[in-house]
Design a protein around this ligand. Structure first.
Ligand SMILES: Nc1ncnc2c1ncn2[C@@H]1O[C@H](COP(=O)(O)OP(=O)(O)OP(=O)(O)O)[C@@H](O)[C@H]1O
Ligand SMILES: [Mg+2]
Length: 512
């Protein structure tokens, strides 16, 4: 590869928040026709650096050069006008508007009025060119996460960005969707775009990038040609010489059924059947894994199990007590916990601080009461203890949680939901967006909850994770259970793959 000129060049970027340097004197450049990976652990400063590049943050120090010319962005609009587009970790789309409306909303850099017809035509062209198909007439809230990401990418291409920044784009994708995304990124590279790909997954970085820049604790460690380094070397640059503990799973001591869902039927947000007579039992002290391709009813199932989604029919029992039709507050108390896949929407309140977010789910505890009032001192003490145990990096417990990095936000929610002595844990994609160390830690915590007797439902698309953690493993397809393996260790990827594609398990004895 001959070095093409840099499209953008960041020099000596420093950005501090409340006295902590999120970026400390960082150099970074993007060339035409390359995928440049930005690799680092949770909180390393990746999003911050790219937020500087896309005009969302102003650096305390440092310069930005565009094709050799020094420039300054006062707002994201300036950056967009200069051809820099970013798909954020949490996409910034407007859910009630349609796909085509989202192309122009909030960008208002267009000096002329585009007709709907012209916009849809352009969407169609870009979709063909980059393999990003999506119906322009549909409101964004009806799309799956993968489709929403496509819209966010289309939006960048629509605004004619030359530099395209994707912040952990694969964290929310199924393996199949990730393949499609990589094909799109390769097309962008061929078309001469400069692509920044943020990730903490070594295999992805090795597969897709031409160069990689490694950040650790706000500092740049190095920029290297990807083909010139092996995975061990990259890992070492990313985390230092620290050793990531392997997950240690002890044999299960399963007990009686504590949670039972009987013949559940529910509708999805489009009022179409999402679950059709699905039954499920969770036993004390087990992790029941649920495998399946995203969008086969997993979210609706989890929401139904914790009282967040109305049942069309069916019944739910917790310790033989009927819960059907009970309020969310009755479901989600000290005993039943829920880790949703959508951290922002349902998990945490961005504008509230860490203490408030913690106590949202524990306010009824005696220890947090002082007569009719909250005992904020006790809340602060407990929040401090759990965030420390979960290694949540934050300037203080009093800052709004929107200031946390993606991974730390996730750790905070897990800390809150796994605190205490839950009897039932419904966890969707609990390790999304976490780096290797944090992933191992969260898996340990789920195993710990199980050892303390909790019944855990683990919904994941990561087969490796499911096989490592599950005591039993079920597969969901189109709202039905295709089969239940009593001994996942004996499952082959082929059996699982067939079940995920909709073939029921033929012999119920398999895996016994
Ligand atoms: N708006 C903000 N206010 C205060 N602190 C912030 C803000 N944005 C980021 N930080 C802090 O800066 C540090 C780097 O955060 P950043 O989001 O850049 O990390 P990251 O590498 O993207 O991590 P992740 O993989 O978890 O998304 C973190 O410690 C974070 O708490
Ligand atoms: Mg980030």
């Amino acid at each position: 590869m001959t070095a093409s000129p840099s499209l953008v060049d960041l020099r000596g970027i420093t950005k501090t928040f409340l006295g902590v340097a999120a970026n400390d004197d960082i150099d970074f450049d993007v060339r035409a026709g390359e995928v440049h990976a930005l690799l680092g652990e949770n909180g390393a400063g990746k999003s911050t650096l790219m937020n500087v590049l896309c005009g969302l943050y102003r650096p305390d120090r440092g310069q930005i050069f565009l094709s050799g010319q020094e420039t300054a962005f006062r707002t994201p609009r300036d950056a967009i006008a200069a051809g820099i587009g970013m798909v954020h970790q949490h996409f910034m789309l407007i859910p009630v508007q349609t796909v085509w409306e989202n192309m122009i909303l909030g960008q208002d850099g267009f000096g002329f009025v585009l007709s709907k017809k012209a916009i849809c035509r352009r969407i169609g062209e870009l979709a063909d060119q980059y393999g990003l198909h999506v119906d322009p007439e549909v409101p964004v809230w009806q799309l799956s996460v993968g489709e929403q990401q496509r819209v966010a990418i289309l939006r960048m291409l629509f605004s004619e960005a030359k530099v395209l920044i994707l912040d952990e784009p694969t964290a929310v994708l199924t393996p199949q969707e990730a393949r499609q995304l990589f094909a799109t990124l390769r097309r962008m590279r061929e078309e001469g775009h400069g692509v920044v790909f943020i990730s903490h997954k070594l295999d992805e970085v090795a597969e897709i990038s031409d160069r990689v820049t490694i950040l650790r604790k706000g500092r740049k460690i190095n920029t290297v040609r990807t083909s010139g380094v092996g995975p061990e070397e990259l890992a070492e640059m990313m985390i230092g010489s620290r050793v990531v503990p392997a997950v240690n799973k002890r044999a299960a001591v399963t007990g009686e059924t504590v949670f039972r869902a009987q013949e559940l039927s529910v509708l999805n947000d489009k009022d179409l059947p999402a679950l059709e007579g699905l039954s499920l039992e969770l036993r004390r002290g087990e992790i029941l894994g649920l495998a399946g391709v995203d969008g086969n009813g997993q979210t609706e199932l989890c929401e139904a199990l914790v009282g967040l989604r109305r049942l069309q029919s069916g019944r739910i029992f917790f310790n033989e007590r009927e819960m059907t039709g009970a309020s969310v507050r009755d479901f989600l108390g000290d005993d039943i916990r829920y880790i949703p896949a959508d951290r922002r929407g349902t998990g945490l309140v961005p504008t509230m601080n860490l203490r408030e977010n913690y106590v949202l789910r524990h306010y009824w505890r005696e220890a947090f009461r002082k007569g009719p009032f909250m005992n904020w001192e006790a809340v602060a003490g407990q929040t401090g203890r759990v965030t420390e145990r979960f290694d949540v990096v934050t300037p203080s417990l009093g800052v709004p949680v929107r200031m946390l990095s993606g991974g730390n936000l996730q750790k905070l929610m897990l800390a809150r939901e796994l605190d205490g002595n839950p009897r039932v844990v419904v966890a969707m994609q609990p390790t999304w967006g976490l780096d290797v160390g944090a992933t191992a830690f969260v898996r340990e915590r789920l195993l710990e909850a199980r050892e303390k007797g909790a019944a855990v439902l683990l919904v994941s698309e990561d087969l490796e994770e499911l096989l490592a953690l599950s005591d039993r493993l079920a597969v969901i397809h189109k709202g039905r259970i295709m089969g239940l393996l009593e001994d996942p260790r004996r499952a082959t990827e082929e059996t699982l793959g067939l079940m995920m594609a909709g073939r029921p398990l033929t012999s119920p004895k398999e895996g016994d």
